[in-house]
Design a protein. Structure first.
Length: 466
């Protein structure tokens, strides 16, 4: 598993679910290890940390971490080792958590490339710390989430990117046809710990919980065997990070609500919708000052702008300029997909066409599922055409010599004269992959019979079902 997947899985929060009552799931060894001496199912808790350490809550956190898999932290232990580690170390760890003396391990630094250039820094905690963070998350979410704004959608139970996109379209359709698109500069790397912890402490009174959260924020970061201290930021990679970001940015949401602005926020991606460019410039300037003064966050002026919604993107979606805007994949999203597929097609030069299609289909299904809200079909049609041409290009290159190309074209039903013209025309592979003769030799029906997913058909199917 690559580091990008590790980071995504590590920070994925536990879905809201029933964790109390009945028989707890998981291994018998894990259930027994989590039970404190003398603890009985149904005991009353005496504080928030005790609630975090309830056996049912810990079992739910354990199952979530195991289900997410992900790479190990600085101790090199994988999720497969977690059960054994719990059996050996949990009594001691539990006592240190109850006494407020628990010290998290440093996080392992991982850098992954960002779509727009640069790198995204992840901090991968040990699997034990991931489980403890998940247990904290499950207890803290019911405390904080009900107080969050209705226009905040990121990493919250029962909310999704699609809901955020539909809400954005609703604001545009209501006549707010200018958008203030703000980008926070290195948000997760620059979060001020004192500002964040002050907001957590407003609702959390158990000092042991506050202490362990603070220590997670300050836990060192290890790279190349060297551990450095951290005085700001909440690195992505741990289950707590998304909730902490929402707690901090809730001040921004409340300020926007107080001013009567229409907005949508998904984690640190947010847009404010106004009725004129002048109003947008005023909002951008005032929010920049608010964020700097109140939350000590900096707006990236190079990436932030006031513009028309159909010239900006939000969560990968763009819109048309119609009075009732129609959703479509943003041009940048299409470009990213093509770059990803080009890498796959490059590797596919040495594969059979059937294998290339098998590797391709999960990507296409995932992309169609995410963009199932789109109302514009042209993007999907163009991508389908481009993908089929890329597959024909692979075959053309695999045939290599003109004599082989002549033979293959004849075998596939192209008459002798036209086959010879294609095989010996001296034009490049891309031109020939899009030629009429190659389309006849490798028709769309043949690729469909081999199992190739059509983005257009898949997107329409998913749109109907949702």
């Amino acid at each position: 598993m690559d580091e990008r997947d590790a980071g995504k899985r590590a920070e994925r929060p536990e879905r809201a679910g029933r964790v109390g009552g009945g028989t707890a799931e998981g291994t018998g060894a894990a259930r027994q290890a989590f039970r404190a001496p003398g603890e009985q199912a149904g005991d009353e808790t005496v504080g928030l940390m005790e609630e975090v350490l309830r056996r049912e809550n810990l079992m739910a956190a354990y199952r979530r971490v195991v289900r997410n898999k992900g790479a190990g932290g600085v101790d090199g232990r994988s999720v497969d080792d977690l059960k054994h580690q719990i059996r050996e170390d949990w009594p001691t760890i539990r006592e240190t958590l109850l006494s407020g003396t628990y010290e998290p391990s440093p996080v392992r630094k991982v850098e992954i490339p960002k779509h727009g250039g640069g790198v995204r820094k992840l901090g991968i905690p040990t699997v034990m710390d991931r489980m403890i963070q998940q247990a904290l998350l499950q207890v803290l979410t019911p405390i904080f989430d009900p107080t969050f704004s209705e226009d905040s959608y990121g990493f919250r139970p029962g909310r999704s990117t699609h809901q955020a996109v539909l809400r954005a379209r609703e604001h545009i359709a209501a006549g707010h046809r200018w958008v203030v698109d703000l980008d926070l500069e290195k948000f997760f790397d620059t979060v001020n710990h004192d500002v964040l912890m002050a907001r957590v402490a407003k609702r959390v009174k158990d000092k042991r919980v506050l202490r362990v959260i603070g220590r997670y924020l300050r836990a060192g970061i290890t790279e190349g065997g060297v551990t450095s201290s951290r005085r700001e930021g909440t690195p992505q990679g741990g289950p707590l990070s998304p909730l902490l970001s929402n707690i901090l940015l809730d001040d921004l949401d409340k300020e926007l609500e107080r001013r009567g602005h229409r907005f949508v926020r998904y984690a640190d991606d947010f847009q404010v919708y106004v009725k004129s460019a002048r109003a947008g410039e005023r909002v951008l300037a005032s929010l920049e000052g608010f964020l700097k003064k109140r939350l000590r966050l900096k707006v990236n002026r190079e990436k932030s702008a006031v513009g028309r919604p159909w010239k900006r993107k939000f969560l990968g979606y763009g819109t048309t300029s119609n009075k009732v805007p129609r959703l479509k994949p943003a041009p940048e999203s299409v470009k990213r997909l093509k770059l990803k597929l080009k890498d796959l097609f490059r590797r596919g030069r040495g594969w059979s066409l059937a294998r290339t299609i098998r590797e391709l289909n999960p990507i296409l299904r995932g992309w169609a599922a995410y963009y199932r809200l789109a109302d514009v079909s042209g993007v999907f049609e163009e991508l389908d055409t481009w993908i089929r041409r890329r597959l024909r290009l692979i075959l053309w290159r695999q045939w290599k010599r003109p004599r082989t190309r002549l033979k293959e074209l004849r075998k596939r039903g192209v008459d002798d004269n036209r086959a010879a013209q294609s095989a010996y025309n001296g034009r490049g592979p891309w031109w020939n992959a899009g030629s009429r003769n190659m389309n006849q030799a490798v028709p769309t029906t043949m690729l469909s019979q081999m199992g190739l997913v059509s983005l257009l058909q898949e997107q329409r199917r998913l749109a109907r079902s949702s």
